[in-house]
Ligand binder design. Structure first.
Ligand code: ADP
Ligand code: 5GP
Length: 202
């Protein structure tokens, strides 16, 4: 069985990560997406089971206490976590999987899955990050202020990632992300079928 690519993507809120991931998945529809659990209320248009599994705090904490999360973290005052089943289903299918998770979660995944590939998306400037958060128009002013305050600590962790892409121009940044996926698919561990075809199974 091919070892699927586990692609972890993090960014400070507002950098454009959700938009980039949506476009990456449109360009590469074979990529799976890990649907996280969260206690955050849905934003307008978000659907349960699609963007997130929306659960209350008691449900989340019960899952956490049963050890059902591969990683979890409190982010901007809400709980977020990746259920182990999300990783298992993709691994069993040999499918590449994208995880949209914060820095704390990314470092937990890196410990659990040493082959995971970590990509950090940077905004071009702090001013542009604030402009995008306000332009999105989906969060209250105090939520935006909290997210901006957290952004500096998050960006300080970017050197621990394998790749850093700058989301200045969306199209160009998307090309960088696609290049990362293509390059990572060429690692020998993910080319075992091609190697076995030439060298035999043992
Ligand atoms: P995140 O998921 O990182 O919080 P979003 O994808 O929701 O961010 O993007 C935040 C806002 O910034 C959205 O309104 C989005 O349309 C806008 N945006 C994203 N990338 C760019 C870009 N490269 N240039 C201009 N605006 C962008
Ligand atoms: P948002 O509320 O804007 O959708 O997400 C807020 C932050 O939580 C983002 O940085 C996002 O990557 C992160 N996040 C989403 N799902 C998970 C998860 O399952 N685990 C962790 N650790 N962070 C997550």
């Amino acid at each position: 069985m091919r070892q699927g690519l586990v692609l972890v993507i993090s960014a400070p809120s507002g950098a454009g990560k959700s938009t980039l991931i949506r476009r990456l998945r449109e360009a590469m529809p074979e990529l799976g997406y890990s649907v996280s659990h969260t206690t955050r209320p849905p934003r307008p248009g978000e659907r349960d089971g699609v963007e997130y599994h929306f659960v209350d705090r008691a449900t989340f904490e019960a899952m956490r206490d049963r050890g059902e999360f591969a990683e979890w973290a409190e982010v901007h005052g809400n709980l977020y976590g990746t259920a182990l089943t999300e990783l298992r289903t993709a691994a069993e299918a040999g499918q590449d999987l994208v995880l949209d998770i914060d820095v704390q979660g990314a470092l937990q995944v890196a410990q659990r899955l040493p082959h995971a590939v970590l990509v950090f998306v940077l905004p071009p400037s702090w001013e542009e990050l604030e402009r995008r958060l306000k332009a999105r128009g989906q969060d209250d002013p105090e939520v935006i202020a909290r997210r901006l305050a957290n952004a500096r600590q998050e960006v300080a962790e970017a050197p621990r990632y394998h790749y850093v892409v700058v989301n200045d121009d969306m199209g160009r940044c998307l090309e960088d992300l696609k290049a990362v996926v293509r390059a990572e698919r060429c690692r020998p561990v993910r080319q075992q079928a091609a190697l076995a075809a030439l060298l035999g199974g043992d």
